[in-house]
Write a protein that binds this ligand. Structure first.
Ligand code: BTN
Length: 325
């Protein structure tokens, strides 16, 4: 489509103006066709500046659509882009009829049914970046370490683009300034014939350009890049960088990096069981399977998987409570 080609040329031009005539020449179409394509892009919400004798340029740096995302995405990863998703990108990824042999990613800027861990809802308002990366088995380490690797990839990518320091709340939350900025939900696709994991769907939701009012229901527990800096970030770039980083971190020895960002290590906790037993301990580390290690005064130690426990601050916001299911 001419419209997509015009957009690609304007994106290539960056901050520079590109004349309508040169666009028409490059595409072998009339000036009128270029004007029509620009008008169409504007009706789709693109901010395109026009200056007589200079031409066109894209305003703002968050051009977020199929064309801009595909420019930043590794060409080996198939892209499914949607302006908005009814439901959850993880569920869309599961419905895409592929044989899970090749990686693909479902990307959107808004979803109506964002899912979090443990059946919780994940607020997914416009301005954020929500995607589900589906990776076949050959890309994956131990199943229990996929979310751990994804958290490292997100924290490192966001630091690269923003210069800010991120930390990780075991197991799947990336934090900025003591508040949650990103959630990760990994779901497995099981091979029913052979048994075992056939593919993983790694769902990542990042508060990128999300306005503060959209997160008000989370009563000060969530933040985002725009909220912290007042700057608008390029979601297409963040998507492309994060996806490549997830794929590369999965092949690396990433646990030392995870441990160094995990702010729970060293914190005291109250371990509570369903029958009301309370025991005090200290989070001493993350083991090689990504489990949380808790040490007790009597010298005992326990290792917990993320499927077994939740960790939350108590009501005063001072002590961590570890609830076992
Ligand atoms: C959590 O914080 O408990 C995990 C949140 C995961 C949210 C992402 S957004 C993209 C993908 N689609 C979903 O519905 N959930 C994940």
């Amino acid at each position: 489509m001419i419209k997509d080609q015009v957009l690609a040329i304007l994106l290539d031009g960056g901050d520079e103006y590109v004349s309508g005539e040169s666009i028409a020449d490059r595409l072998g179409v009339s000036r009128m066709a270029v004007n029509k394509a620009v008008a169409q892009l504007r009706t789709e919400g693109m901010d395109i500046h026009a200056v007589p004798k200079k031409g066109y340029r894209i305003g703002g740096n968050d051009v977020f659509n199929r064309i801009s995302v595909s420019r930043y995405l590794d060409p080996g990863i198939r892209l499914y882009f949607y302006d908005s998703v009814e439901g959850s990108t993880n569920d869309v990824a599961k419905r895409i009829e592929l044989d899970y042999k090749e990686p693909f990613v479902v990307v959107t800027g808004h979803q109506t049914g964002g899912k979090g861990r443990l059946g919780r809802r994940f607020e997914s308002p416009s301005g954020g970046l929500y995607f589900s990366l589906c990776l076949p088995r050959c890309h994956l380490p131990k199943a229990g370490l996929i979310t751990t690797a994804a958290a490292v990839a997100v924290a490192e990518t966001l630091k690269t683009v923003s210069g800010l320091d991120f930390s990780i709340k075991w197991v799947n939350d990336v934090y900025l300034d003591g508040k949650k900025c990103t959630g990760i939900l990994t779901e497995g696709v099981v091979d029913l014939e052979l048994g075992g994991l056939e593919a993983a769907i790694i769902g990542i939701g990042i508060n990128v350009n999300t306005p503060e009012r959209e997160l008000s229901s989370l009563s000060g527990r969530a933040t985002g890049l725009y909220i912290e800096t007042g700057r608008i970030f390029n979601r297409a770039e963040i998507l492309g960088l994060t996806v490549s980083k997830v794929v590369s971190v999965l092949r690396e020895d990433f646990l030392p990096r995870y441990r160094s960002m995990c702010f729970l290590i060293g914190h005291g906790i109250e371990r509570r069981t369903k029958d009301g037993c309370v025991k005090e301990g200290v989070i001493t580390g993350i083991d090689d399977d990504g489990y949380l290690v808790v040490g007790y005064a009597d010298g005992g130690e326990e290792h917990f998987s993320s499927a077994e426990v939740t960790i939350n601050l108590n009501h005063e916001g001072q002590n961590y409570i570890l609830n076992t299911f």
